[in-house]
Design a protein around this ligand. Structure first.
Ligand SMILES: [Zn+2]
Ligand SMILES: [Zn+2]
Length: 373
């Protein structure tokens, strides 16, 4: 691949605007990987707050290149990086957003030393907290090219996984973490999933793949999302619950001989979902919460936890989720291409980022492609 002298990248300054800038591409050193970006999902949670300057990890790091949910192809790779990562030029890869700090070295934080890099104290993240002023600055994914940080984690896709499916790891690796790593989903279990967005659809996919029965819960306004989930085949049409029209707890009871479900996942971030999330669980049920409720303090039916001896577990990030996500994509269990409901180029980001959180504009996921070379 011919590598140009500069990469056109979408640079933000934290004031709610950005611009395409030409950033010089450095020579690829022995431990470097240069990725030609192919497709980047808009991240409703992350991109919008980095763009507007409200992400705590971005403070003091502007200007920076935005974008962290992308896949691309190895354009150039140094010998040491190729050996260490098992990659070669032409491989389609995903790059994890979270960059572990010094892992086992003297500078490693307590979390990374314990292998829990999703909670790293140093908060280094591609496209979130890596400034243009740090080395070459090519750390964000809304760009022709991304330079992979030497400590960042890369994942190679099997050749049969196309870009439209590869990019689905952005939510599927999360979903594996909520549903399997933390939720310990088992064959035959009923899994209630609150929130029919990408995270919920991903959770339903993992549950179905593991032989469990997902029930997807949202509102009647989520109909387009329900249709996509049913169309992909991750959930049955009669296992959809519209919480504004039906009693969620009663419906789950009717599906589980009155006992309640084994596993309930709250990934909606909607405050009214939290009470039912606890109430649908059976005795000794497992509740996983990964939905972010915007720092609000809310009232919950707390006695549910003690009286049913519930196991409540928080979940964050994608650690431990990539292997199974890529296995599912390689086996082509589901075709996730219909998750892409809106397509743009990276020079349209200024108009689109403010709408990423609005399901009436972005039905499921927005995909951005770089400018043609
Ligand atoms: Zn994200
Ligand atoms: Zn760390």
């Amino acid at each position: 691949m011919r590598i140009p002298a500069t990469s056109r990248a979408f640079v933000v300054d934290g004031t709610g605007k950005g611009a395409i800038q030409e950033i010089p591409i450095p020579k690829t050193g022995p431990d470097d990987v240069l990725i030609r970006m192919e497709g980047i999902y808009g991240c409703a949670g992350g991109d919008t707050i980095v763009y507007s300057g409200k992400h705590p990890h971005s403070l003091g790091k502007y200007p920076l290149i935005l974008g962290h949910e992308g896949v691309g192809v190895v354009a150039a790779i140094g010998a040491e990086a190729a050996r260490r990562r098992g990659l070669k030029a032409g491989d389609r890869v995903a790059v994890e957003v979270m960059i572990p700090c010094d892992t086992n070295g003297p500078e490693a934080c307590e979390q990374c030393r314990a292998g829990e890099y999703q909670l790293c104290e140093k908060n280094q993240q591609h496209g979130v907290s890596m400034p243009l002023s740090l080395e070459h600055g090519l750390w964000g994914m809304y760009s022709d090219f991304l330079m992979v940080h030497p400590r960042a984690i890369t994942h190679r896709f099997p050749e049969n996984v196309d870009m439209a499916n590869a990019v689905a790891t952005a939510f599927l690796a999360n979903a594996v973490r909520w549903t399997e790593v933390k939720g310990k989903v088992q064959k035959g279990e009923v899994v209630a999933i609150f929130g029919p967005g990408p995270q919920g659809v991903g959770g339903a996919a993992v549950a179905t793949y593991r032989g469990a029965v997902p029930v997807l819960i949202g509102l009647s306004t989520d109909q387009a999302r329900f249709d996509i989930a049913v169309g992909i085949g991750v959930v049955k049409a009669d296992h959809i619950i519209r919480a504004d029209k039906e009693d969620v707890v009663e419906r789950i009871k009717s599906l589980t001989n009155g006992k309640g479900c084994h596993l309930a996942i709250e990934c909606s971030g909607a405050d009214p979902a939290v009470g039912p999330w606890l109430k649908v669980l059976r005795k000794r049920g497992r509740g996983v919460i990964c939905g972010y409720h915007g720092g609000r303090e809310i009232t919950v039916p707390i006695d549910q936890i003690a009286t049913k001896e519930l196991n409540i577990q928080g979940a964050w990030g994608q650690a431990g989720g990539w292997q199974l996500a890529i296995e599912m994509l390689g086996r082509q269990v589901f075709d996730f291409a219909p998750m892409i409901t809106n397509r743009y180029r990276i020079d349209q980001l200024n108009e689109v980022v403010p709408t990423l959180k609005d399901p009436s504009r972005i039905t499921m996921k927005a995909l951005f492609v770089p400018l043609p070379l």
